[in-house]
Design a protein around this ligand. Structure first.
Ligand code: HAM
Length: 416
């Protein structure tokens, strides 16, 4: 018996009827990023596993539980990228992009892979639009990328959003906070889930990422990182917030927003939507000032964010514009060839033209054109070929006229 092969769990097809929405979002995102001086970069879908272990971080859930890692035929351990940031940093170092005078501002749109439990808004293959900036220390850039994210969401008509911000400190101030957190967590270890009990030892900051209500309840009593920031981190955070005010952006300080990834320093932020359900983050990001030098590159700070396309697309109205096309009706072998030539001629003039190669009579071809929503029908029969004049029907007005090959594109373009 033949067995049907279905899509892999946690993946989904983007069908032609939805693809217009995706293309709209991608086009608007690209236009906005370019307005802010970003340029596209494309890196491979898989990388050395070590890149994410070192970058995303060994205590993150992504690295511990969610990576699609495999050994290739050459015996190398490779991983389908679960996120984009470490790949960009690697590419900058590999290609010495920091030696060029261009600003180091990049954007990227593409698929990511995480072996997470699939549910609404959470997939194993999903898509991100991502931006990254390097070499900017000033908190003005932190505010500028939040402002850009906000503008993008407004342009896409995403409503009901909330912006959450925090600072996770730096290598100077975080260790004393982690020490304090660990001793607090040790005392209530038995109330935490098995995963969080492990986190008490490996990285207690990660307890804040736990989605279980019981663990969140316990974590609510923990000290807040904002009380432990060094002078430099505190100044940075205050200035960041003041620049958000300057842009007139509303935001909430959320001291438990540590964002599940190990590389963050200072600023973290997320924009969430009440329309999304449990997986409510439309986008998230932050500063990662140590990654470039930790990867053996120059000491250049970085900051960026990524937005989940599936989540954005699930909350925006349908913006697709109706397509105008000609349906070419042909009656017999000679008219079929004349129709093929006419279709080619019209397409070269930039007019969408559909010709199907099935034996159908005039009536059924007309009703097919109607069903498909053709704006025009062009009828080619033997009589039309002989006269060099074709029947062109406007499907909206119902008016049918005889037209020469040269007149057809002019009429259609004038009407659109
Ligand atoms: P992230 O928070 O892991 O950050 O992911 C960013 C966004 O990707 C999330 O807010 C969500 O919209 C979407 N997303 C994440 N996982 C899934 C999933 N399994 N299914 C569907 N959508 C998902 C990062 O990836 C960082 N690299 C962001 C960044 C850039 N930080 C600095 N630069």
């Amino acid at each position: 018996m033949k067995r049907q092969i279905s899509a892999v769990k946690g993946t989904k097809d983007i069908l032609p009827q939805e693809v217009g929405k995706w293309q709209n979002v991608e086009t608007i995102a690209k236009q906005i990023f370019e307005l802010y001086g970003y340029r596209e970069i494309r890196t491979p879908v898989f990388e050395a596993t070590e890149l994410f272990e070192k970058g995303t971080g060994e205590t993150s859930d992504i690295v511990i539980k969610e990576m699609y890692t495999f050994v290739d035929k050459g015996g190398r351990s490779l991983t389908l990228r679960p996120e984009y940031t470490p790949s960009v940093v690697r590419s900058i170092i590999d290609n010495r992009l920091y030696l060029r005078s261009h600003p180091l501002r990049f954007y990227y749109i593409g698929p990511m892979f995480r072996y997470d439990k699939p549910q609404k808004g959470r997939y194993r293959q999903f898509h991100q639009v991502d931006i990254e900036v390097f070499g900017e220390e000033d908190p003005a850039i932190d505010a500028e990328i939040v402002e850009m994210a906000d503008y993008l969401l407004k342009k896409l008509q995403v409503l009901d959003t909330e912006t959450l911000v925090n600072s996770v400190g730096c290598r100077k101030c975080r260790p004393s906070y982690i020490k304090e957190l660990r001793s607090q967590a040790e005392k209530v270890k038995d109330s935490l889930c098995i995963d969080c009990q492990r986190k008490v030892v490996t990285n207690p900051l990660r307890i804040f990422d736990c989605k279980l209500e019981t663990c969140q309840e316990v974590a609510r009593d923990f000290h807040e990182i904002t009380d432990f920031l060094c002078q430099d981190c505190e100044n940075h955070f205050n200035l960041f917030c003041s620049y958000l005010d300057f842009y007139g952006l509303r935001f909430k300080v959320e001291p438990r927003l540590v964002r599940g990834i190990d590389y963050y320093t200072k600023t973290t932020f997320e924009i969430i939507s009440s329309r999304l359900g449990a997986q409510d983050a439309l986008l998230g990001g932050g500063r990662y000032d140590d990654m470039m030098k930790d990867f053996g590159g120059p000491d250049i700070p970085g900051i960026g964010f990524a937005a989940g396309l599936e989540r954005i697309i699930s909350v925006i109205p349908f913006l697709e514009k109706k397509r105008e096309f000609i349906y070419l009706v042909h009656l017999g072998e000679e008219p079929k060839k004349a129709g093929m030539e006419l279709s080619q001629f019209l397409r070269r003039k930039g007019i969408e033209c559909l010709i199907e190669y099935k034996e159908r009579n005039l009536k059924s071809q007309m009703s097919r054109a109607n069903k498909l929503g053709a704006a025009w029908v062009l009828i080619v029969g033997e009589e039309e070929i002989r006269k060099g004049m074709y029947q062109l029907k406007n499907m909206t007005t119902g008016v049918q006229e005889e037209r020469s090959r040269e007149e057809i594109p002019e009429i259609i373009q004038a009407a659109s």
